[in-house]
Design a protein around this ligand. Structure first.
Ligand code: DGL
Length: 259
């Protein structure tokens, strides 16, 4: 079982930001990644739709023999992980916006969070914010329109810059010193974002934390791959594989799959 693959899914190419962290930290592990680009963005869908899509992706990964599933999507985690954990007999790792480190470290007592509507409206997000960000001003912003642009390969276009500038403005007005990226697509915008925010604003995302948590859970379940011979890395997309390939610098085995 320990040489079975880690299954990873997202609404599209965004979760590859998590896949890369996992692959860097755990290079011996076999991985299967599903990019459900056909159904992206998940962020504007109802909670029920997000749940059904998460179930579909989970069952496909389980049918491919995965030993653990990383839900590399804040929107799917905040809307579906409790159900998945209760209904499938396999460990799940989720990703949530990194509110806790931002709230603990802010000096201006104001933090910004950029995420999808599905994440910001979820109960899990509200619970986490209430627990960790008491007494801190949290400026929430839906990143409307960003995911479709990223899915089409635009990371620094005029359209992206225009949207980001309107989303950052209210946060900068409130003097935030932390910007939390609550969607796995957004780390690809960091080079663009850095040029748009003052130096004292720190950007944080949860990618490395998710990879470390994956290692902890694999270790405690005795599931770390003991073999280091040619790990198999397969990425599947039900959309345009050119974008997925290019975001990964053509380094991995990417194929089209209908799902
Ligand atoms: N990448 C996903 C997330 O982390 C979903 C974005 C979307 O499909 O709207 O939330």
């Amino acid at each position: 079982m320990s040489n079975a693959p880690i299954g990873i899914f997202d609404s599209g190419i965004g979760g590859t930001s998590i896949f890369k962290e996992i692959h860097d930290l755990l290079p011996n592990e076999n991985c299967i990644y599903l990019a459900d680009s056909k159904n992206a963005p998940y962020g504007n869908r109802s909670s029920e739709e997000i749940l059904q899509l998460s179930i579909k992706n989970t069952e496909l990964l389980i049918s491919k023999g995965c030993k653990i599933i990383v839900v590399a999507c804040n929107t799917a985690t905040t809307n579906a992980i409790e159900y998945l954990r209760q209904n499938y007999n396999i460990p799940f790792i989720g990703i949530e916006p990194a509110i806790k480190p931002a709230a603990l470290n802010t000096k201006t007592k104001a933090i910004g969070i950029l995420a999808t509507k599905g994440t910001l409206s979820s109960q899990l997000f509200h619970r986490t914010t209430n627990v960790y960000a008491n007494g801190i001003k949290v400026i929430e912003q839906v990143g409307e329109g960003l995911v479709p642009l990223i899915e089409s390969g635009q990371l620094n276009s005029k359209d992206i810059q225009k949207l980001l500038s309107s989303y950052l403005e209210p946060m900068l007005k409130e003097n935030i010193d932390y910007l939390v990226l609550g969607c796995t697509h957004y780390p690809y915008l960091i080079p663009t974002l850095i040029k748009m925010i003052p130096d004292h604003v720190t950007i944080i995302d949860s990618g490395l934390a998710v990879a470390k948590q994956t290692e902890v859970v694999l270790t405690s379940n005795n599931l770390l791959n003991s073999s280091s011979i040619n790990p198999s890395i397969q990425l599947f997309s039900n959309g345009d594989i050119t974008i997925l390939n290019s975001i990964l610098d053509n380094k991995f085995d990417v194929s089209y799959l209908k799902f």
